[in-house]
Design a protein around this ligand. Structure first.
Ligand SMILES: O=C(O)CCC(=O)N[C@@H](CCC(=O)O)C(=O)O
Ligand SMILES: [Zn+2]
Length: 334
């Protein structure tokens, strides 16, 4: 296999490759751009005009998605996968990956869309670099732009695999993209309804990509991901990469949710009234006191059919400590 196919090994070892550009037997160019960043370019005659950004390791302990991207890269470097798309592979937070931690000081996935400028330290610099790498990758007009940012969650989930779809004023969510996610094994999609500071919010809002955060199961250390079944996503990604994706427009079985409210932790007095092992998508009854904070702030469930995802009272003050979601329909899709 070509040395650049071992991007994960290089990244975990904190090493730069001696040779920054390599060609596979089929003339596919692999170019190392920076730590944890590699561009794949098909030969011009094979290029189908699609640009695909695949990122993982934005949270360093979410290893199943890192292993998935590693397998795809190995396949390309060995000539087994024959790309017809340009691809940018990114491992988001290399130092956190080396330490097996979600982040060191700052959650990289809260540092996009300008937030890195208000912070200092290695993670703020990395977010700025990731924005720059994504911006240069998606700078070619007339090409389709797709970004999947792959994650696993802190806790178990009643719905194992799901996507979060960013929002931008004046832009409609795409039915075609949802059908594609359905075919890739996602069981639910959360349609956002306001701007955000995550990586996919940046590529969606500023770079005009179709962009999704994909949650694939529960976070486990490297080598312990047998319980995370990414086979349908992996098959679909290979098809997208090779330009032979079967057509689909079916949303059958795909559950759609909308954000009702984000629960923001304002102070150290924040209290979340949920058991530590509560699963994502757990239903919450009307009238339930979900959380309390300073100045008698109370979060009481008012919504019919409310569920909670990503409850986390340990986030820093000012950040999201959970999302209240409600079922929605496909009525607003383009
Ligand atoms: O399990 C959790 O609490 C968090 C899992 C995770 O890392 N999720 C992403 C979602 C990003 C988005 O909102 O698009 C995150 O919190 O960064
Ligand atoms: Zn994550």
């Amino acid at each position: 296999m070509l040395a650049l196919g071992k991007l994960l090994e290089l990244t975990l070892a904190g090493r730069e490759p001696a040779q920054k550009i390599q060609l596979t037997v089929d003339g596919v160019q692999m170019r190392w751009l920076s730590e944890g960043a590699l561009e794949v370019r098909p030969p011009q005659a094979k290029d189908n005009g699609s640009d695909l950004l695949l990122s993982s390791g934005i949270h360093g302990n979410e290893t199943a998605p890192i292993e998935l991207l590693d397998r795809l890269l190995h396949g390309i470097a060995r000539g087994e996968i024959k790309p017809r798309t340009r691809i940018l592979f990114l491992f988001g937070n290399p130092e956190a990956m080396r330490r097996g931690e979600r982040y060191l000081e700052l959650d990289v996935n809260r540092l996009f869309n300008g937030r890195h400028e208000q912070n200092i330290g290695p993670e703020a610099m990395r977010a700025a670099e990731l924005e720059q790498l994504a911006r240069s990758f998606f700078n070619q007009p007339g090409r389709s732009r797709l970004h999947y940012d792959l994650h696993t969650a802190i806790r178990g989930s009643k719905i194992e695999q799901f996507a979060l779809y960013p929002w931008k004023d004046g832009r409609q969510h795409s039915r075609h993209e949802l059908a594609r996610l359905n075919a890739a094994g996602m069981q639910a999609v959360l349609l956002q309804n306001k701007t955000s500071i995550t990586f996919t919010a940046f590529t969606y809002e500023q770079l005009d990509a179709e962009a999704f955060t994909l949650e694939l199961g529960k976070a486990r250390p490297f080598g312990q991901n047998q319980g995370v079944d990414v086979s349908r996503l992996e098959t679909r990604l290979k098809q997208i990469i090779e330009g032979n994706e079967p057509e689909t427009d079916s949303l059958d079985g795909l559950q759609l949710f909308a954000v009702s409210r984000e629960v923001i932790k304002h102070s150290d007095a924040f209290l979340l009234h949920l058991p530590a092992d509560v699963e994502n998508f757990s239903p919450l009854a009307k009238g339930y006191l979900l959380a309390e904070d300073v100045a008698k702030t109370r979060w009481v469930i008012e919504e019919e059919g409310a569920r909670i995802i990503f409850p986390n009272p340990k986030v820093k003050n000012g950040l999201r400590a959970g999302i209240l979601i409600v079922p929605t329909t496909d009525a607003g899709l383009a």
